[in-house]
Design a protein around this ligand. Structure first.
Ligand SMILES: Nc1nc2c(ncn2[C@@H]2O[C@H](COP(=O)(O)OP(=O)(O)OP(=O)(O)O)[C@@H](O)[C@H]2O)c(=O)[nH]1
Ligand SMILES: [Mg+2]
Length: 214
């Protein structure tokens, strides 16, 4: 293996040996969108999370809430082939923990932006996060539109999200239920394809990411 792909997949270990390296992916999005759930759904290890009882959540809010919020980060892992792993880092959604964002963005190869289809007012925060993480590194993004109401017009909902976030035309905007493993896989495969296409200059990276379909 040569060139950028080698750089992506390997780094020199402490003794100069070639070690399989991880791919760091950030999972961000507004408060309560489903970031922690997405990582819990796909991670093969127990997710390291920093959830605390939520404060500042209106009991009168129409939307039910678990009462827990991420205050620093979540961490989960997914193995790919040849010892390669995806390392998933979930951000806090609440603005007061924004100081964590740049720490988590360090070294990321791509990010997932999870949005809550039931709460379009949070797309303002999502747009801010999209801009923030996009400025932190020129890396691919996939938008995961979660919590679509049953019977909703999916195409219309995705079009609204795309327009409100002003994402580039080639950015995948996918309808998902982050509690479903297949949906989360779809998001990660789309992101990984974009990451690998950028690293190799190859628009057709299907074979490279087949291994995520475990
Ligand atoms: N109906 C529905 N509820 C979901 C879905 N995904 C997550 N939830 C619920 O939404 C709530 C918030 O999910 P989390 O994964 O904690 O959201 P988060 O984005 O990590 O939230 P913060 O860390 O507070 O920003 C929990 O009560 C989940 O059970 C979904 O696809 N559909
Ligand atoms: Mg969380």
């Amino acid at each position: 293996m040569t060139g950028p792909t080698k750089t992506l997949l390997h780094h020199d270990g402490p003794t100069g040996t070639s070690m399989p390296a991880g791919l760091k992916i950030v999972v961000t999005g507004p408060f309560d969108a489903g970031k922690t759930t997405l990582i819990e759904t796909i991670s093969e290890i127990a997710v390291v999370s920093t959830e605390r009882a939520v404060s500042g959540w209106s009991q009168e809010a129409e939307v039910e809430h678990s009462g827990r919020t991420t205050v620093a980060m979540d961490y989960g892992r997914v193995s790919l082939e040849a010892g390669l792993a995806l390392h998933l880092f979930g951000t806090p959604g609440q603005e007061r923990f924004e100081f964590m964002w740049d720490i988590l963005a360090e070294g990321m190869l791509g990010f997932v932006l999870v949005v809550d289809a039931r709460r379009p007012e949070t797309l303002v925060d999502a747009r801010h996060q999209h801009a923030h993480f996009g400025a932190a590194a020129d890396v691919p993004v996939v938008v995961a539109v979660n919590k679509l109401p049953v019977g909703a017009d999916e195409a219309a909902a995705l079009a609204v999200v795309r327009e409100r976030l002003a994402v580039a035309g080639d950015v995948p905007v996918l309808a998902v239920d982050v509690r479903l493993r297949e949906d989360v896989k779809r998001v990660l495969v789309a992101l990984l394809q974009a990451v690998l296409a950028r690293m190799t200059g190859d628009a057709d990276s299907d074979t490279s990411v087949a291994a995520v379909h475990r």
